[in-house]
Ligand binder design. Structure first.
Ligand code: GAL
Length: 350
């Protein structure tokens, strides 16, 4: 619990400083205009990419709870990485008369068509966690993904200031994967320029698939004769594939590995020492923030944050939340204290 209070305090202080979201209700007050002309409660559509990774199950649950806690309705669809299905699902929800669409794009480019269709029906669109490219999206709410990459690289450089690095990237269709990688190289580039570290292997991982990450890491070990000193994987699912490949070579626990998402399996790997760090992103904050903003915009209220991100088409109004680096040292006070996972789950028998 106190991590979220700490974050909210940090947020309040920085927001007070930048007057960003002071106007935005943390909790939308249920008012008459939560009802449509025909007196129906407002309905929010949530078009998700996948439920494959552990976090998205949490996002779905927490977002649904946040919307329903205001007495409003929510329609949820997941496209399991299928672009055509995601477009069809969004079209279906638009035709069913949703009042606002929240989307987690599978493919940052392909989903521009959905924004176009929604606007054609007078429906605003909020990008959740991942940006939609080349579309007039109304709002983007996520964590600072570049900062996530920086936190990963900072932790690795502390442990391995010199040596051979492997980068296992995320899905190239996901704009976050590009932001993460930019953050990693923001931190590593000076050491690369000094010749202290070498990037000896660097690959994207289609659809963030652990099996593909495993294959990439196996190849990296084989072509470099196991001469690897550190691995940065774009998220915990891919880090799991990396650690599996290291285990095949009896190297698990001897080479530092970075991940993201604070998945239970990854937090357990940090406890057992086969993974070094992960990045925690309090999904409760993200889902509640997007729910409050979705209701605010669906009521035709204005929201003008000071932050904006260019998505190739326009300067998209944006809210970026703070990520937190997690190692074995602060795991308890960050993950357990925030009830993201329980002590039993992390330290108990599998
Ligand atoms: C990213 C997200 C990460 C990760 C990944 C795989 O966009 O920011 O948390 O889980 O997708 O779904």
């Amino acid at each position: 619990m106190h991590v979220r209070i700490m974050l909210l305090l940090m947020l309040a202080m920085s927001l007070a400083a930048c007057r960003d979201t002071v106007e935005v209700p943390e909790k939308a007050v249920f008012k008459e205009d939560d009802l449509t002309e025909d007196n129906e409660p407002l309905k929010i559509g949530f078009a998700m990419d996948t439920l494959k990774e552990e976090r998205w199950l949490k996002d779905r649950k927490l977002f649904q709870e946040a919307i329903e806690s205001h007495g409003l309705e929510v329609e949820i669809r997941a496209a399991n990485g299928d672009d055509a299905l995601q477009i069809a699902q969004a079209e279906e929800m638009i035709h069913q008369g949703i009042d606002l669409l929240v989307i987690v794009p599978h493919n940052a480019e392909a989903t521009a068509a959905i924004v176009h269709k929604a606007h054609g029906a007078g429906i605003k669109v909020i990008a959740y966690d991942r940006l939609v490219k080349n579309a007039d999206i109304d709002l983007y709410v996520s964590f600072d993904n570049e900062r996530v990459g920086e936190l990963q690289a900072e932790e690795m450089l502390k442990l391995v200031p010199k040596g051979n690095y492997v980068y296992i990237g995320g899905a190239p269709t996901d704009n976050n994967a590009h932001l993460l990688k930019k953050g990693v190289f923001n931190v590593l580039q000076p050491a690369i320029d000094r010749g202290d570290i070498r990037i000896i292997y660097d690959q994207w991982t289609a659809d963030w698939a652990p099996e593909a990450a495993y294959a990439h890491m196996s190849e990296a070990l084989n072509i470099n004769d196991n001469q690897i000193d550190a691995v940065i994987a774009a998220n915990d699912a891919t880090a799991g594939g990396v650690v599996k490949a290291l285990a095949d070579h009896r190297l698990a626990g001897t080479i530092p590995v970075a991940g993201q998402d604070a998945e239970l399996a990854a937090v357990r790997r940090i406890v057992e020492g086969t993974q070094t760090m992960t990045v925690y992103k309090p999904i409760q904050n993200l889902s509640e923030r997007v729910a409050a903003l979705a209701i605010h915009l669906a009521q035709n209220n204005e929201f003008k944050p000071t932050v904006s991100i260019n998505n190739g088409k326009s300067e998209v109004p944006s809210v970026l939340l703070e990520p937190i680096a997690v190692t074995a040292d602060n795991l308890k006070e960050v993950i357990i204290a925030d009830e993201f996972h329980s002590e039993e789950e992390v330290y108990g028998k599998e």
